[in-house]
Ligand binder design. Structure first.
Ligand code: SAM
Length: 303
């Protein structure tokens, strides 16, 4: 497979590189903003699960451009620096990370909290959905400590069987909860984004980091009647924008000639680093010992 084949198969991957974004995810946030004007009046924002940093790049450009904005980005993985973005390396499900984030907003709450977090998917859908929900709830928990009243929370969700439980929990804290699918998010993926506007926690609610928001005694399948929340589903991104499930020819319709662009910011310490180094040295394959060599059975058949 040549290095241009991914550009052909994934137009948003290619456009991300050409526009200087570190990941194609940038288009998801931009398309969500087109629909919901997420950045209007925003000067302070938190980007949870931010690496490699394309959402932080968008935030930095949209709200930090004048130097007055304030963006805090958090991820398990190290991220190359972005101007105007304060970075924290940590696990958002850990109390210590949550406290570190919160302390940056004491006295001056955030207008927007976004979370594009995704666990390493296992392929076991129930497990993946559960892990994703845990990540979202950790993000919501942090949001309840840092968001100003009326603030906005946007988080990746997996539209799985029990997603209604998540919507119910989000509705406790926000006056409006919608499920949005940007055009740059593949139709074939169960990924979507919960867009929660108008932060308005219940009267008397005291944010408490020690209490997990997911009640494990819930029987997910028993949600019925008023507890079963169905939220509006909105697709966003102009209909004329590229379809993320299609392959496009390398020379796009605007007549511009294709020229390969390398990635904007290669990962700084990816988990596959060692494998790449070994491969370069030709030492990735397992050593073949003489007793492992397959025997050519035709040649050695007894006469
Ligand atoms: N929005 C990012 C961008 O535009 O570049 C892409 C985010 S990527 C899809 C998901 C990220 O979630 C990964 O970088 C991963 O390290 C992070 N993540 C997963 N679990 C996490 C956790 N518990 N705490 C912090 N980050 C986490």
């Amino acid at each position: 497979m040549g290095r241009t084949s991914k550009d052909k198969r994934d137009v948003y991957y290619r456009l991300a590189k050409e526009n200087g974004w570190r990941a194609r995810s940038a288009f998801k946030l931009l398309q969500l903003d087109e629909e919901f004007q997420l950045f209007q009046g925003v000067t302070r924002a938190v980007d949870l699960c931010a690496a490699p940093g394309s959402w932080s790049q968008v935030l930095s450009q949209k709200i930090g451009g004048q130097g007055s904005g304030h963006v805090v980005a958090v991820d398990l993985q190290a991220m190359a620096p972005i101007p105007g973005v304060l970075q924290i390396q940590g696990d958002i499900t850990q109390l210590s990370t949550a406290k570190e984030i919160i302390q940056h907003f004491e006295g001056c709450p955030a207008d927007l909290v976004v979370c594009d977090g995704a666990p390493d998917v296992t392929g076991l859908h129930d497990v993946d959905e559960y892990m994703q929900a845990q990540l979202l709830l950790a993000a919501l928990n942090i949001a309840t400590h840092v968001l100003k009243p009326g603030g906005c929370f946007v988080a990746k969700i997996f539209r799985g069987r029990d997603v209604t439980l998540i919507y119910s929990q989000l509705r406790v804290f926000f006056s409006s909860v919608l499920c949005a699918k940007p055009r740059s998010s593949r139709n074939s993926s169960i990924e979507a984004f919960a867009v929660c506007q108008g932060y308005d926690p219940p009267q008397g609610f005291l944010p408490d980091l020690t209490k997990p928001l997911l009640d494990h005694s819930y029987d997910f399948n028993q949600l019925d009647g008023p507890t079963r929340i169905i939220v509006p589903f909105v697709t966003c991104g102009d209909l004329s924008s590229y379809d993320s499930d299609r392959s496009y020819p390398l020379d796009l319709e605007d007549g511009s000639e294709y020229k390969y662009t390398p990635p904007t910011q290669p990962p700084i310490s990816p988990p596959y680093q060692e494998a790449c180094t070994l491969k370069k040295k030709g030492r990735l394959a397992k050593e073949i010992r003489s007793q492992d060599c397959p025997i050519n059975t035709v040649d050695t058949l007894p006469q």
